[in-house]
Write a protein that binds this ligand. Structure first.
Ligand code: SAH
Length: 359
């Protein structure tokens, strides 16, 4: 096992073995991942101020609390002014980057509005704020339009890289087409976005082989960023019926930490998120993810009046925190684990920057 912690080009069996470690062996894996991160990326943590733009969604992902089919959700879309205020707040707090996330729409009114907002944020920040988008599956033209408007990073989790499992957690129809999702990731990479993907961990029907395949998929695609977090069942979703078949919260977080650690060994220079879902399952979940190899945190900037409506999973952490409270809280939390937040910088993925220079 010690050998695996230092081996290049881990194969599927190696990855399964590493994901199966427990106790002291698991602690050694996490410690090695932290060492690799510190060697390649130092102890810096990048921030992306998260703006949850809208919970209107025409998809019906079987795990998601704001899925189109859930009529208990109060639907909202932020006004332009609200979005620009969030961006201003990001600047005041010296966050170098923001991320705009939303339920999914593909109509022209929506896609043009996003382009306009991206341009406006670039304008009011004098080009200073980095912009990540996480607005689901779109046409290549729309991705290109948003890229040209000034967005330079895009997050689209594959959710599961196994086609069979994908269709157990999504309806099997034209709106939830696994092949299309893959094509979207390829288009984003092709256009030149710093592209991020990821999966949920602890899904019903998910095996350790599936998780190993997910990590190999990230490496094959050579993505610049990965966001992985534990699955948290939401009562108003179809997958809730399997809630008692999945591993307990502690196990799901534990597996998430191992996934982060193994991926850090496989891809030392990518950006990896310590997800809010980690903190939802454990008050120190994000710190644990940072100590297992993650290097990005996404503090929430959404106006507090709308946060209760963007509950993709229940009991989301920090829903009541004001942005300025969030900043000092994060500073203290990161110092406590000998990490340092990097302010006023985009915090691009080192993997991406090096790759782009070689081209
Ligand atoms: N519509 C966008 C944004 C989705 S929300 C898109 O499809 O990309 C962002 C992420 O939250 C999703 O990609 C999913 O992985 C995660 N998520 C959704 N429901 C969840 C749940 N019940 N538990 C944990 N994570 C969840």
């Amino acid at each position: 096992m010690e050998d695996l912690l230092y081996k290049n080009n881990l194969d599927k069996d190696d990855v399964i073995q590493l994901l199966s470690l427990r106790g002291d062996d698991q602690r050694r894996l996490l410690a090695r991942a932290l060492e690799v991160k510190l060697q390649h990326l130092d102890n810096k943590v990048h921030l992306r101020g998260l703006i949850e733009y809208s919970n209107r969604c025409f998809k019906s992902c079987l795990y998601c609390g704001v899925r189109g089919g859930n009529d208990k959700v109060h639907r909202y879309t932020l006004t332009d002014e609200e979005v620009l205020d969030c961006a201003r707040q990001a600047m005041q707090l010296h966050y170098g980057s923001i991320a705009i996330q939303s339920g999914e729409r593909t109509d022209k009114a929506f896609t043009d509005k996003i382009a306009e907002l991206v341009k406006e944020i670039k304008r009011i920040s004098d080009g200073q704020l980095g912009i990540t988008l996480s607005l689901g599956e779109q046409s290549e033209n729309v991705y290109r339009q948003w890229f040209e408007a000034g967005a330079h990073r895009y997050l689209l989790r594959i959710e599961s890289s196994d086609e069979e499992l994908y269709y157990k957690i999504h309806p099997h129809d034209a709106r939830h087409d696994f092949r299309h999702r893959l094509a979207c990731i390829d288009a984003l990479l092709d256009i030149g976005y710093q592209t991020g993907t990821g999966v949920m961990i602890g899904l019903p029907f998910q095996t350790v082989e599936n998780l190993a395949d997910d990590l190999l998929f990230f490496r094959d695609k050579n993505v610049a960023m990965v966001g992985m977090g534990p699955f948290i069942p939401h009562q108003e979703t179809p997958l809730y019926q399997y809630a008692d078949t999945i591993p307990p919260a502690e196990e799901r977080l534990n597996m998430t930490l191992k996934m982060i650690a193994v991926l850090r060994l496989m891809m030392p220079e990518i950006n990896m998120v310590a997800a809010t879902a980690d903190q939802t399952l454990d008050p120190l979940g994000r710190e644990k993810a940072i100590m297992a190899g993650a290097n990005v945190i996404m503090p929430n900037l959404t106006p507090t009046s709308h946060r209760e409506d963007y509950l993709i999973y229940p009991d989301k952490a920090c829903v009541g925190d004001k942005p300025e409270e969030c900043q000092s809280c994060l500073d203290i939390r990161m110092h406590a684990i000998q990490h340092e937040i990097l302010y006023d910088e985009w915090g691009d993925s080192v993997a991406f920057t090096k790759h782009a220079q070689k081209k």
